[in-house]
Design a protein around this ligand. Structure first.
Ligand code: NAI
Ligand code: MG
Length: 333
């Protein structure tokens, strides 16, 4: 049995960590026919579009994709390939499991939470207008439909993964209409899942509670911007962006990708930690029904990480991307 999966290596550290991920998946014994497509900066330069039609139709055909990070210019330039991808395929739910890794020393040993982020609206619709020469308005879009389906998604995830509690982050004290609607729809859905304990927390206080006592959180439900910011914050609780995987789900397609970006500061130096992308691939294998291969990869990665000598620089080690990757493959064997 083999699977057809769209692969977008991306740019920055994308190529390096994608190669590492492919080697590990191959060593797991699962056969994947990678359909390599482009997106982001490179696609803009070569094909004139951050998300070429060929990439989109490949994902529509295969229904599963694995994506490396793509660079988006700040304050100018093309629209983010990620935002385009999530909006074009209506990949409305981002799921980011954040879990302490045994042996990776942080202030906490037992973080085990899943962040669920609304992926299609909020401030990410890109609806911005210059109203006067010195004033810009950025519109935050919140709909009943998107708020309801992300709440339902998060609650169903609690059921499937036997999670007990959900915390809704918001700023409905200030953004009374928009965040108010998000919060109201979440509680409306929560009534149908009596076994899941539901609470809400104003997002700035939630940040403080997360950095002081993250072990008390189980599932976080957040709109787009808060979910983006808190994903990186939560990554910092368990050892950094190099470790945290993710997935974007729609009703038909699923695109797996790390939380981190293209890390231009270390690109091309054989320094990047491929763990987050490898764990994203493990999530993908589980989604494809290859549960034991997914578990084997997860265990092999953790085993490699337990040896200081195979850790990359972001974890205080001196290993290259390649040395770490070989350690994972050795642990798989
Ligand atoms: P970033 O996540 O690329 O990097 C932040 C910091 O974490 C950097 O110091 C980087 O070296 C480090 N880091 C990230 N991933 C790492 C890894 N695997 N191994 C070791 N160190 C790692 O965020 P930044 O610098 O804010 O953004 C860079 C570019 O990435 C921007 O153009 C941004 O738009 C894009 N981006 C793309 C994403 C995607 O394609 N899904 C997600 C986030 C940002
Ligand atoms: Mg982000």
């Amino acid at each position: 049995m083999s699977y057809a999966v769209t692969l977008i290596p991306g740019d920055g550290i994308g190529e390096e960590i994608t190669q590492a991920m492919q080697q590990v998946v191959e060593a797991s014994g699962v056969k994947i026919n990678w359909d390599v497509q482009s997106a982001g900066l490179k696609a803009v330069q070569t094909l004139g579009s951050a998300l070429p039609e060929a990439t989109l139709s490949s994902i529509r055909k295969n229904q599963v994709a694995l994506k490396g990070p793509t660079t988006t210019p700040v304050g100018t330039g093309h629209k983010s390939a990620n935002v385009l991808l999530r909006q074009s395929l209506d990949l409305y739910a981002a799921v980011r499991p954040v879990k302490s890794v045994p042996g990776i020393q942080t202030r906490f040993d037992h973080v085990d939470l899943i962040l669920v982020r609304e992926n299609t609206e909020g401030l990410y619709t890109g609806l911005e207008v210059q109203v006067t020469p010195d004033t810009v308005v950025s519109l935050k879009v919140v709909t009943e439909k998107a708020s309801t389906r992300i709440a339902r998604f998060a609650l169903e995830l609690c059921e499937k993964q036997k999670r007990k509690k959900i915390t809704i982050g918001h700023k409905a004290n200030i953004i009374k209409l928009g965040d108010g609607l998000f919060l109201r729809m979440a509680y409306e859905q929560a009534q149908k899942y009596a076994q899941v304990q539901t609470e809400d927390c104003i997002v700035d206080a939630l940040c403080m509670k997360l950095v002081m006592n993250p072990e008390r959180f189980d599932v976080l439900l957040l709109e787009n911007l808060y979910g983006d910011i808190l994903s990186d914050l939560c990554a910092g609780l368990v050892g950094g962006l190099g470790l945290v995987p993710g997935a974007n789900f729609g009703d038909k397609e699923a695109v797996f990708e790390a939380v981190h970006g293209s890390a231009p500061d270390i690109a091309g130096q054989n320094k990047a930690n491929p763990t987050a992308l490898i764990k994203s691939a493990a999530m993908m294998l589980e989604y494809l029904g290859e549960k034991s291969a997914a578990e084997n990869i997860e265990n092999a990665v953790n085993k490699a990480l337990s040896h200081v000598a195979s850790r990359t620089a972001d974890l205080g080690g001196a290993a290259t991307t390649e040395i770490f990757t070989h350690a994972v493959i050795k642990a798989l064997a």
